[in-house]
Design a protein around this ligand. Structure first.
Ligand code: CO
Length: 286
């Protein structure tokens, strides 16, 4: 992707469809990034969509596990998850809430459904930290649904702004190393919108309801539910919903351009740092 795009429309450079997987104690989900098909999209390392109204798919939850060197972002569309860590932090993530967790030098945490039936739907995103921030103190930004402002973006177009600024509305998540944007767009059938974006950020969109076309007229591509579109660089992207309307997340961040050493729940810059993370975890230092 070229960088000479200070004032141009982004196009869909690549489309990726998620793969069924399971994680934690057997939670079934769709992994869209962090797979052999799409390992990462700097600074993003993983995207899962979990969506089921069958408790057997989610009830086992995610028992204690460590993280070091990056951030995990949970955005709930439906359902409730209870969160706890080894430093005594707890929280309940309800429908529409976001948890932006900076694992930094390390935490050990768990997530369990706080419901025995009903729909559980949301996303988990992993965002890398630069080498200089990998050993920062762990930090939580827990935002309840009513703390996430909605921008009215014209006829039939709204967005929840989690981080970044859209339509004059600022998201509540701040001071993240990669200066991310995270918008949840909701378009009525036939509605369209041009999303302004930081030119040099890597940006993807993921359609979780309906279908859209993305990109400038003449080179727009169709993106359907369950598909991620990786965008070329540029200052904006045009999106238009098909007749049934569409919902999508638009997520971007400043690429780090650093080596990635990744193993399970640890993301560092070198293999030696990964070995150290395992040693520190075994020694109870996380
Ligand atoms: Co975790």
């Amino acid at each position: 992707m070229s960088d000479n795009a200070a004032n141009s429309s982004r196009t869909v450079a690549r489309k990726v469809r998620g793969q069924p997987t399971s994680d934690g104690a057997g939670v079934r989900m769709t992994r869209v990034m962090g797979t052999p098909i799409l390992d990462h999209f700097d600074p993003f390392l993983l995207l899962d969509e979990f969506r089921s109204d069958d408790p057997n798919d989610y009830i086992a939850g995610f028992p204690d596990h460590p993280h070091r060197g990056f951030e995990t972002v949970t955005y709930m569309l439906a359902g409730r998850m209870k969160h706890g860590d080894n430093q005594g932090n707890t929280g309940l993530l309800g429908p529409g809430s976001v948890q932006w967790m900076t694992a930094g030098r390390g935490i050990v945490h768990s997530e369990f459904p706080e419901q025995e039936e009903g729909l559980m739907w949301g996303f988990q995103l992993w965002v890398n930290l630069p080498a200089s921030d990998k050993f920062t103190a762990p930090r939580y930004q827990d935002i309840q649904a009513d703390g996430i402002p909605e921008a009215e973006l014209g006829d039939g177009v709204r967005a929840k702004v989690i981080t970044g600024e859209l339509g004059g509305v600022k998201g509540p998540v701040t001071d993240v190393a990669t200066d991310p944007v995270y918008y949840d767009l909701d378009l009525d059938g036939g509605a369209s919108y041009t999303v302004p974006l930081p030119g040099g950020h890597n940006v993807f969109l993921y359609v979780y309801d309906g279908s859209i076309s993305a990109g400038p007229e003449g080179s727009a591509r169709r993106v359907r539910r369950g598909e991620m579109a990786l965008l070329s660089h540029g200052s904006r992207v045009e999106v238009a919903a098909e007749y049934n309307g569409a919902k999508l997340i638009v997520v971007g961040g400043r690429p780090l351009n650093e080596p990635i050493a990744r193993y399970g729940p640890f993301v560092m810059n070198t293999a030696e740092e990964i070995h150290q993370a395992f040693a520190d975890y075994r020694a109870g230092k996380l």
